[in-house]
Design a protein around this ligand. Structure first.
Ligand code: ADE
Length: 248
């Protein structure tokens, strides 16, 4: 997977990408993150990338020329993937569709995606109308720019790419990937300050352990995120269990 990042703050990416799992993924060629400084494509003396809004009002707006030029000179016009599909060109903005595990899964199917990080009050509308193919928000709150959201997308998408996580089943049981929150985890010691690891996890009975984990997932989701149960495929057994704990 190749990520093409367009930003005014290129330095914020490497500290996060050069540690741990994402570092290993890059070293092994599973992901490649190319960070492009939009300012390099501003040609006036002061390399200006923002200007005041037409119509007045506060704040500054990202100018269209450097953003178009940055994207077009790195990707070409109307860039395609080897599948013939267009490269998604995604603007990170609080106005976008809200990022979910489903969207991470959808994006992980691409071989290349471009992420444009907005700054200031916003971007010139012509970027939205004529350059990007999608807009994504990471939640209903406003940050100072799209850099953290871009890192969040890179992280969530990369861990879905085959080989990135050490354990090949690593992403399957995640909270949200099955439409349920994940069950509780325990590791050694079996007893810590008098708090014991549930007996069933030490029993070696895998059918029992699977059932316990499924029920814990259901219980947690019911208690913490009942909205998720509406959208999840539940088996007969799940429904029976949920009914017992008060789910209608
Ligand atoms: N830029 C500023 N706030 C944002 C958000 N919530 N999601 C994506 N990009 C943003």
């Amino acid at each position: 997977m190749r990520f093409e990042i367009f930003t005014l703050l290129p330095d914020v990416f490497s500290p996060y990408l050069e540690v741990s799992i994402l570092k290993r993924a890059s070293e092994r060629g599973l992901i490649q993150v190319n960070v492009h400084n939009i300012r390099d494509y501003a040609h006036d003396k002061h390399r200006v990338t923002d200007d005041t809004p037409y119509g007045g009002g506060g704040g500054m707006v990202m100018k269209p020329e450097p953003v178009f030029e940055a994207v077009e000179s790195e990707l070409g016009r109307a860039p395609l993937q080897t599948t013939g599909q267009p490269v998604p060109i995604i603007l990170l903005t609080p106005q976008g569709r809200v990022f979910t595990q489903r969207i991470a899964e959808e994006l992980s199917q691409h071989e290349r995606i471009a992420l444009i990080c907005g700054r200031y009050e916003g971007v010139d509308e012509r970027i939205r109308e004529h350059l990007i193919t999608d807009e994504i928000s990471i939640g209903d709150y406003v940050l100072t720019g799209g850099e953290l959201p871009a890192l969040i997308l890179i992280d969530a998408i990369s861990r879905l790419i085959s080989g990135v996580l050490g354990d090949p089943t690593g992403a399957q049981d995640d909270s949200h990937s099955m439409g349920l929150l994940e069950y509780p985890h325990y590791t050694k010691p079996a007893e810590f300050r008098g708090w014991k690891v549930p007996e069933v996890l030490q029993s070696g009975n895998h059918a029992k352990i699977d059932r316990w984990r499924r029920e814990q997932s259901l219980l947690r989701t019911f208690n913490k995120r009942p909205d998720m149960l509406e959208k999840t495929n539940l088996h007969q057994n799940d429904l029976k269990f949920l009914k017992n704990i008060g789910y209608e």
